[in-house]
Design a protein around this ligand. Structure first.
Ligand code: NAI
Length: 246
């Protein structure tokens, strides 16, 4: 039980990588806040965690809404007494080539993937500073390391997440707060499942291991980085991508 009695908030935990991470954290003994926009997904994830003997509570939170984010931190402290781990996992895509991307697609992705991460990290960091300990984990992407066709907005955010991760590691280390990012490769989740078969085959081809990853592969990385096994690791980006970017 590597996260025994730790209180962990995971955004976008209703499905995909966030859901797998919430379940893994619960198995490792954490008290998990399943934060997402989608109530049905939240309820399903929470009940599956509880049925498996874990502890979880659901919160409907839009990470772009600062008031909702602040309430999430307050409610978590009220319910569980602290905020030990935050996984900034919520993220979206709205793909188009540069010459076709409209302003609303740019704004939407920046708002969730960049401002949402800033909102949650800022509110959590204030609480963690009081506690003098905490772990903040941010979802970057291979796309934040080497760009991607049709993803101007997404690449900007995932690159930006790395910049914020390193900045916060420098600012918050003195308070016992570690900050790291995970850069997943192509992972089989609802976000990827909606892509054309041709694109999925192309993604497999880019992996040195010849396959896509699964949400559990990323959940394992988030578990290690949140645990005391990673107590001397901060400001880093862990690629979990089957060797797509080396
Ligand atoms: P997903 O689309 O399956 O799940 C994302 C979850 O975030 C959904 O439950 C959604 O409701 C929630 N969400 C979206 N906007 C939100 C908001 N404003 N506030 C709160 N929750 C919100 O995505 P997936 O694939 O699980 O990805 C999770 C993270 O990992 C994202 O940040 C994504 O960019 C990143 N990632 C995913 C990769 C992949 O291949 N699936 C590759 C690299 C990074």
């Amino acid at each position: 039980m590597r996260l025994k009695d730790r209180v962990a908030i995971i955004t976008g935990a209703g499905r995909g990588i966030g859901e797998a991470t919430a379940k893994k954290y619960a198995i490792e003994g954490a008290k998990v806040v399943v934060a997402d926009l989608n109530e049905e997904d939240i309820n399903r994830t929470v009940s599956e965690i509880m049925e498996a003997g874990g502890e979880a509570v659901g919160m409907i939170v839009n990470v772009t809404d600062r008031a909702q984010v602040e309430n999430m931190i307050t409610d978590t402290v009220e319910k569980f007494g602290s905020v030990d781990i935050v996984v900034n996992n919520a993220g979206i895509t709205a793909d188009a080539q540069l010459v076709k991307m409209d302003e609303s697609e740019w704004d939407r992705v920046i708002d969730v993937n960049l401002k949402g991460v800033y909102n949650v990290a800022q509110a959590a960091a204030k609480q963690m500073k009081e506690q003098q300990r905490g772990v903040i984990l941010n979802a970057s992407s291979v796309v934040g390391l080497y760009g991607n066709f049709g993803q101007t907005n997404y690449a900007a955010t995932k690159w930006g997440v790395i910049g914020m991760t390193k900045t916060w590691a420098k600012e918050l280390g003195r308070y016992g707060i570690r900050v790291n990012a995970v850069a997943p490769g192509f992972i089989m989740t609802p976000m990827v499942e909606k892509m054309p078969e041709k694109v999925i085959e192309m993604m497999k081809g880019k992996s040195l291991l010849g396959s896509l990853g699964y949400p559990e592969d990323i959940a394992n990385a988030y578990t290690f980085l949140a645990s005391d096994e990673a107590r001397f690791i901060t400001g880093t980006v862990l690629s979990v991508d089957g060797g797509v970017v080396i």
